[in-house]
Design a protein around this ligand. Structure first.
Ligand code: MRU
Length: 349
């Protein structure tokens, strides 16, 4: 399984996803600024992978901070935490990682012990994401029947999760279990995470995949070919409203209109019980150049105004179930998300 981010010795190894699938290029860095740059520029991307990269990046910064005085060290680390928290706005995994790393800091520890504790916490976050995505793949695969055509959007595999994948983990697991499935992958404009990354990951896993343009999804869903739509998430509010890659909302409405189940797969680190609804989720606006240019070539007239929201919100009512590492969560999400995620047992409602 390919890993988008790995701690190696005293540096961080990041697979540059902007170069995939043409080139497999790793950045090896001990400079936390480059980790922030990698998150902002989508070299490392996908909600869980962003959280893992940020945790390692903070641990890396801690190794390098030039101070032997605990109070001064904590002060400097606080600004590092803020820098990471401003690298991308939507995926809650980033903020949860930053806050876990912050909670690891004790003013009574020596700087050496703090460095050690931060490194351990980053490793723990990574291990937890791996385990969570393994469980999600297992629970979710039950929903995929032999012969299904599954439509997925964006990229939700190992590259996006630093683990087994969420939506794509489920698809790969179902295939491994011997189910003869095939996948329709949307290209996912403007940055082509579907065309570049999902197709590549499914090919590596040997899963049959056909690429469609984003706007062909409705045609295939209406045709009856698609048996379910399965996506990941960047942030799920307490109501179940889900932020995911732009275009997810349209897919959900079309699936609903055609009585096709619409599933969201995400670890509990993507659920934000501190916000009630999707209205409270900040949607990242990215550079218009991502739309006006393809492969470095401008395809539009000069001076066009372009709008580039990276995510949208799918209202809970359009989501059939949410698959987490704790099991399958059904409607009503405003009750069941809290019940399942706050219980220590693997409750299935
Ligand atoms: O902008 P990206 O590539 O970080 O967006 C990623 C997505 O929207 C994924 O679908 C989401 O993070 C789920 S990843 C398991």
């Amino acid at each position: 399984m390919i890993s988008p981010v790995e701690w190696e010795g005293d540096s961080l190894k990041i697979l540059d996803q902007t170069k995939l699938p043409d080139e497999i290029i790793y950045l090896n860095t001990d400079d936390y600024h480059l980790v922030i740059e990698a998150i902002s520029s989508l070299r490392v991307r996908g909600a869980p992978a962003i959280g893992v990269a940020a945790a390692y990046g903070i641990a890396l910064a801690a190794q390098k901070l030039d101070s032997n005085d605990t109070a001064e060290f904590i002060n400097k680390l606080d600004s590092v935490l803020e820098e990471f928290a401003s690298s991308r706005p939507t995926a809650v995994n980033l903020f949860k990682s930053v806050s876990r790393m912050k909670n690891t800091i004790s003013p009574d520890s020596s700087v050496e012990n703090l460095r050690e504790a931060l490194w351990h916490e980053a490793q723990k976050i990574h291990q937890e994401e791996r385990f969570a995505t393994q469980q999600i793949s297992k629970f979710g695969a039950i929903l995929i029947e032999d012969g299904f055509t599954v439509l997925t959007h964006c990229n939700t595999g190992p590259l996006a999760t630093a683990g087994y994948g969420t939506a794509l983990g489920i698809i790969i697991e179902a295939w491994r279990q011997g189910k003869k499935i095939d996948v329709l992958a949307t290209e996912t404009r403007p940055l082509f995470q579907g065309a570049r990354l999902t197709v590549w990951e499914l090919q590596q896993a040997g899963v049959p995949v056909r690429l469609i343009i984003d706007s062909a999804a409705g045609y295939y869903i209406k045709s009856g070919k698609v048996k379910c739509v399965l996506i990941g998430a960047d942030r799920i509010a307490a109501s179940g409203d889900t932020a995911n890659k732009i275009g997810s909302y349209s897919l959900a409405v079309i699936a609903h209109e055609n009585n096709v189940p619409f599933y969201v797969a995400a670890p509990s680190s993507t659920v934000d019980l501190s916000i009630e609804s999707g209205d409270d989720i900040i949607i990242e606006e990215r550079s218009p150049a991502e739309i006006t240019n393809i492969g470095g070539l401008q395809i539009t007239p000069q001076q066009v105004t372009a709008l580039n929201p990276a995510f949208d919100i799918t209202p809970a009512e359009y989501i059939t179930s949410i698959i987490t590492e704790k099991g399958l969560i059904k409607q009503p999400f405003d009750k069941n998300l809290k019940k399942v995620l706050r219980s220590s047992k693997d409750a299935v409602s």
